[in-house]
Design a protein around this ligand. Structure first.
Ligand SMILES: O=C(CO)COP(=O)(O)O
Length: 254
């Protein structure tokens, strides 16, 4: 049976990217203090830079605000200067890690095989892998969106993916940080494709894996985007840096 949107608890995750000195913890504290533990409330997560993972995890311990990282190495330990393993992230108190963000795909040449290794590492360490996929502007204009997204999804998700350890984030590259978003129909079309592929590969678990939309989600457009079929939450960049904006997006799931 296909799970309905109502049965899937939405996730609103903030990706702070390379933003946030210690002073940013004040925003996280404001977010933490505004969250409720209502069963109907969405799950809420902040993914700060690695330097803030441990202090944020301390700050949010026992609260409804979860902490995620932005990247991990595929290996558990070893000679990889500057890298951080999924096990080390887990050790900070993080419970999730974003892998395959388009900025890492572009800046660090992370192809699907590398993303797959990182998602596998996340699972090995007991973290939820938030696996990002999405087309560039050129690919959309060439009519390749569904091909690209389908291919990235198939090649980036490990065999052991399920609804408790995996979240998929659809982030059209051209919508990130630009103020542009796809039309509602276009978002719904891509999310429907992702859902079909997840169900075909993972069966019942595939119907429960959360599919987030990301790319210029703001308080002004969140309610509309979050109401679309198979949109089970949002991965928020710029608007997650200010508590008031982020909380407005959290409330838009109601
Ligand atoms: O890349 C994003 C989240 O991972 C989206 O960023 P913006 O919300 O700033 O467009």
């Amino acid at each position: 049976m296909t799970a309905t949107a109502k049965q899937i608890r939405p996730l609103i995750a903030g990706n702070w990217k390379m933003n946030g000195l210690k002073s940013a913890l004040a925003e996280a504290t404001a977010i933490r203090d505004a969250l409720t533990t209502d069963p109907g409330a969405p799950e809420v997560m902040i993914c700060p830079p690695a330097t803030l993972l441990a202090p944020l995890a301390d700050l949010t311990q026992g609260s409804p605000l979860a902490v995620g990282a932005q990247d991990c190495h595929a290996a558990p330990s070893g000679a990889h200067t500057g890298d951080i393993s999924a096990e080390m992230l887990r050790d900070t108190g993080a419970t999730a890690v974003i892998v395959g963000h388009s900025e890492r795909r572009a800046d660090h040449g992370e192809i699907d095989r590398i993303v797959l290794g990182k998602a596998t590492a996340a699972h090995r360490a007991g973290l939820t892998a938030i696996v990002c996929i999405g087309e560039t502007r050129g690919q959309r204009e060439a009519g390749l969106t569904l091909d690209v997204v389908g291919r990235q999804l198939a090649a980036s998700l490990p065999e052991g993916a399920g609804d408790t350890n995996t979240v998929v984030a659809y982030e059209p590259v051209w919508a990130i940080g630009t103020g542009l978003t796809p039309s509602n129909d276009d978002v719904a079309e891509v999310h429907a494709l992702i859902r079909r592929d997840l169900e075909a590969r993972f069966g019942a678990a595939g119907s429960r894996i959360r599919i987030l939309y990301g790319g210029s989600v703001k308080p002004t457009n969140a309610r509309e985007l979050l109401a679309l079929p198979n949109v089970n939450g949002a991965l928020v960049g710029g608007a997650s840096l200010k508590a008031a904006d982020f909380l407005a997006i959290v409330r838009a799931t109601a």
